[in-house]
Structures are given as structure tokens and as C-alpha cells.
Design a protein around this ligand. Structure first.
Ligand SMILES: *Cc1c(COP(=O)(O)O)cnc(C)c1O
Length: 509
């Protein structure tokens, strides 16, 4: 590693870290390079079907022409190899993860215990209802809890993610308008909206109309009035928005959309700021999805698994995906399939069941007062952080924020440093960077969500590090431009990594 003078300290620190970990003898070889012919990591009983018969038992179209090229290694080597790889990973259990709009909060370990209860984990979706009453009751209570939390009348637990919930909600909105004989094809989204909103609208066969935010970062009411009309199917809104700001005129917004005959969709992916304090249903929303894997603390990242339940007001209940769980007059629980106007099934079986158990556990552990405290602390932490960081960066909207906030790294541009460089430098200090360059309407944006589960010491350590990095930008910008230094790999070409991913092992070809 060659560095300019300004980075001597960094190199020394990097060397020290390398030495400190060298007694663990990190194994940098690919598992294919460790392969030695004849080594196995398993022991199986001898095959009691004669070899010749095997070939005739398996249709030839299913047989490989060449043997699979698999590494041949001992069991301990496999275990060490993958354990070592897992240590190179970053997760919420090894560090602060302030990813805005993604709520990377601590995941209580009791959730993992309950999700593994045999009565939940070892049941089969086709078991008779009489033998899974406990699981059905859990789903029934969760449906009702989420309805109460959001101010909705009925909830489906089926959707497997936030985006899936959005699509499900929009399909219900479509069905509603169609049943009334109306052709409404336009979905209005603000320019600060999450990218999945317009994508879901397109996937649901609807067209997106984007409206600009005003200078306060809120929905521009005049722009909204100009956008609504007889073709408006819905307005999709995140409130607090992805800028962390609460739409103060939400009741007026709801009136404008309803008067035009449209419905209101609430993107509740991150409901950290409002639980027990405000409800989308009371704000005038007709449909809401929640990301249980964000708000209700299921570990996520790397694409899943998640759960995106959708709650609806009475007028949309007939269109909910089927089945939903009901309680019968004799007190037992059952799946209700008799829903003639349902948009159908949106997920195999009953959703990502394990995530539902975790969310149920989370809600029961906190209780109504606890959930409110969660939201209060999430908002307090975000405001504390925003307040301390504001003098060193640029605050695009000087208002009280909710569970997350946006600051801009544009003051560092005069030193040739961009937000991307700040994010890379954070890695050297063991912090996962915040969300960057989103939302799109703030230049050099950093979107920070501290969550409610971090101590003041952790918040301060992160703030102090960002302040130090802002100082470094001024005094030794090259340091930032070449960061990170202490990570397993240095700066990657992110465009190339996304456009031309190399997913196979070169040594195997
Ligand atoms: C994460 C997120 C989504 C999408 O949720 P997925 O589970 O990733 O599909 C939608 N809207 C907002 C505001 C989000 O933060």
C-alpha cells in the first residue's frame, strides 16, 4: 500500500490491525484453491443401490454429462472457510448501521427464539386447521394489532416485502375503481418518494405522475391540486417522508385527493416515528403497508426475507388477497377463502410466516406504551444527531425531523470531496455508512437513521467521526478520495460491479 504523507497514521493503524488479527491466520484462499482430490466433508452410509441401476432410475435428461466441479475439502476446512468469510461481513450485530429509510435497528434475540418454537417452525402449511390453532391465533392477533396500530379495518399478512405490499395495495385500488366502473390510471408520487413506489405503480399497470416538493421538503399543495383529476387512481405518500419530515397538511392533502375521487396510499415501510402516536387511518389514508422487517425488527439486508402486510379501510376489504385468518363464532380460528371479490393470492401459502412470529413477539414484548416509547426515542435520537451535525454539513430543511434526517455533503465539494468519499471513509472507523444520494431531490445527500436502539455513546462516536471526516476533507482531501484503507477490499468500481458482476470462480474454468 503506498500512501501520501498525510496518511502515515492510517497505514500504521492498518498494519497494527493486520498484526492484531494475524494470529487468527486468516485464510485468504478460495475454497477451490484448498481443494485436494479425495477429501470429503461428510460421511454417508454406503449406497445400497447398485451403480448400474442408478443410471436407469434417473432419466438421462437429468443426468450431468460432466461431473460437477465441486471443491474437495475436509469438514473443518469448510467450517473455517465460511466462518472466516462471515467475519468479513458487516451486520447490525457487529456495528452501528444508520441506513436511512431502512431502519437497521437491533433485533431482539427473543424474536429468534420464538420463531424457532417447534409449534411455529415445524408445522406444515397443509396441516388441518384444527392442528395449527396456535399459529392461526398468532396471525389473527397480529392482523388485528397491525390494524389497530395503523387505524385500518382489516389486514393481509401475505405480501413478502414492502414493494410487494405496495403492488398488492395498488391492485386493490385498481379493483376498487374498476368495480365502480371508473377508469383511473394515474398514481401521483412526490419526488422524494422511495423508488419502489413508481416501480410498483408500473408493475400494477398504472402510470406514475411525479410532483415536486416545495422548499420545505413537503408536498406542494398547488402542484397536487394541479395533478389530481378524473384519472387519479391514488396518491402514494410516505409520512414522515423519506426526508424525515412530517406532512403538516396531511388532512388537506387527503381532502384534495378524495375530492378528486382518488384513494390515498401510505408507504409505512418505516413506521418508527409514529407508532402509538399517529395513525395513517386517522390521517385519511385508505391503504397502508408496513415493513415488518424494518419497523418490527426482523434482520434484513441482502434481499430478504421480509414481510409487507397491507391494511385497508372498509371500502377495500372485499378486495384483500385470500385467505385471511378469521375467528369463528365457536372461538376457533380458520382461513377464510370465501372472498369472491378478492384480487386473489399474492404469495404462496400465508406469507413469510417466521417474520410474522418475530413481529408478533416484538409487539407483545413492548406493548402499546413500549411501542410509543420506541417512536419517541427514535425521533429524539435523530434530532440529537441532526442538531450536532448541522454546523459541519448543510441542513437542507431546518425543521424538527422524525425518525431520520437528511444532510448534504455539498459544503465539502469545494475541497473536491463528495458524499461518496465520506461514506467510504466511515468504513475505516467501523461504521456502516448512511444511505447516500437518496432521496434524489437533495444534492450530495446523506440520509441518516440512528434508530431508537443505540446508546448516546454510540451516537456520539458516530457524530464525532463524521465531524472528524469533515475536518479531514478540508485538510487532507486525498485521504478521503482513496478511502477505505482498513476493509477487506479497497474502493470498488461500483458501476462495474453492478453492471458486470463476476459471479463464477475463475480458477474453476
Ligand atoms: C424499504 C422501503 C420500501 C421497500 O421495501 P422492500 O421490503 O425493500 O421491498 C418502500 N418504501 C420505503 C419508504 C422504504 O424505506
Amino acid at each position: 500500500m503506498t500512501q501520501s504523507n498525510g496518511t502515515d497514521a492510517v497505514v500504521t493503524q492498518a498494519e497494527a490491525m493486520k498484526q492484531a488479527s494475524s494470529h487468527q491466520a486468516p485464510d485468504k484462499k478460495l475454497i477451490f484453491e484448498m481443494s485436494r482430490e479425495g477429501r470429503v466433508a461428510y460421511s454417508l452410509p454406503e449406497c445400497d443401490v447398485p451403480e448400474e441401476q442408478l443410471d436407469s432410475l434417473i432419466p438421462s435428461s437429468y443426468l450431468r454429462s460432466e461431473p460437477a466441479q465441486l471443491p474437495e475439502v475436509y469438514e473443518v476446512d469448510v467450517i473455517r472457510h465460511y466462518t472466516e468469510l462471515s467475519r468479513r461481513n458487516f451486520g447490525i450485530d457487529n456495528g452501528f448501521y444508520p441506513l436511512g429509510s431502512c431502519t437497521m435497528k437491533y433485533n431482539p434475540k427473543i424474536n429468534e427464539d420464538t420463531a424457532r418454537f417447534a409449534g411455529f417452525a415445524k408445522i406444515h402449511p397443509y396441516q388441518p386447521e384444527s392442528s395449527i390453532q396456535g399459529a392461526l391465533e398468532m396471525m389473527y392477533i397480529l392482523q388485528n394489532d397491525l390494524a389497530a396500530l395503523t387505524g385500518m379495518d382489516q389486514v393481509t399478512l401475505q405480501p413478502a416485502a414492502g414493494a410487494h405490499g405496495e403492488w398488492t395495495g395498488l391492485m386493490m385500488i385498481r379493483a376498487y375503481h374498476e368495480a365502480r366502473g371508473e377508469t383511473r390510471t394515474k398514481v401521483i408520487v412526490p419526488d422524494s418518494s422511495h423508488g419502489t413506489n413508481p416501480a410498483s405503480a408500473t408493475a400494477a399497470g398504472l402510470d406514475t405522475v411525479t410532483i415536486k416538493s416545495n422548499e420545505d421538503g413537503l408536498v406542494d399543495l398547488d402542484a397536487l391540486r394541479a395533478a389530481v383529476g378524473p384519472d387519479t387512481a391514488a396518491l402514494m405518500l410516505t409520512n414522515p417522508s423519506t426526508l424525515g419530515l412530517f406532512e403538516e397538511h396531511i388532512l388537506e392533502i387527503a381532502d384534495i385527493v378524495h375530492e378528486a375521487g382518488g384513494l390515498l396510499y401510505y408507504d409505512g415501510a418505516n413506521s418508527n416515528a409514529i407508532m402509538g402516536i399517529a395513525r395513517p387511518g386517522d390521517m385519511g389514508f385508505d391503504v397502508v403497508h408496513l415493513n415488518l422487517h424494518k419497523t418490527m425488527s426482523t434482520p434484513h439486508g441482502g434481499g430478504g426475507p421480509g414481510a409487507g402486510p397491507v391494511g385497508v379501510k372498509e371500502k377495500l376489504v372485499p378486495y384483500l388477497p385470500k385467505p385471511i385468518v378469521i375467528k369463528k363464532s365457536d372461538g376457533t380460528f380458520a382461513f377464510d377463502y370465501h372472498r369472491p371479490d378478492s384480487i386473489g393470492r399474492v404469495k404462496a401459502f400465508y406469507g413469510n410466516f417466521g417474520i410474522l412470529v418475530r413481529a408478533y413477539t416484538y409487539i407483545r414484548t413492548y406493548g402499546p406504551e413500549g411501542l410509543k416509547t420506541v417512536s419517541e426515542c427514535a425521533v429524539l435520537n435523530a434530532n440529537y444527531m441532526m442538531h450536532r451535525l448541522a454546523p459541519y454539513f448543510e441542513l437542507p430543511f431546518e425543521r424538527v425531523c422524525k425518525h431520520e434526517f437528511v444532510i448534504s455533503g455539498s459544503p465539502l465539494k469545494q475541497y473536491g470531496v463528495r458524499t461518496l468519499d465520506v461514506a467510504k471513509r466511515l468504513l475505516d472507523f467501523g461504521f456502516h455508512p448512511p444511505t447516500i444520494y437518496f432521496p434524489l431531490n437533495v444534492e450530495e445527500c446523506m440520509m441518516i437513521e440512528p434508530t431508537e436502539t443505540e446508546s448516546k455513546e454510540t451516537l456520539d462516536a458516530f457524530i464525532d467521526t463524521l465531524i472528524q471526516i469533515a475536518q479531514e476533507a478540508k485538510e487532507q482531501p486525498d485521504l478521503l478520495l482513496n478511502a477505505p484503507y482498513h476493509t477487506q477490499v479497497r474502493r470498488l468500481n461500483e458501476t462495474q460491479a453492478a453492471r458486470k458482476p463476476v459471479l463464477n470462480c475463475a480458477c474453476n474454468s
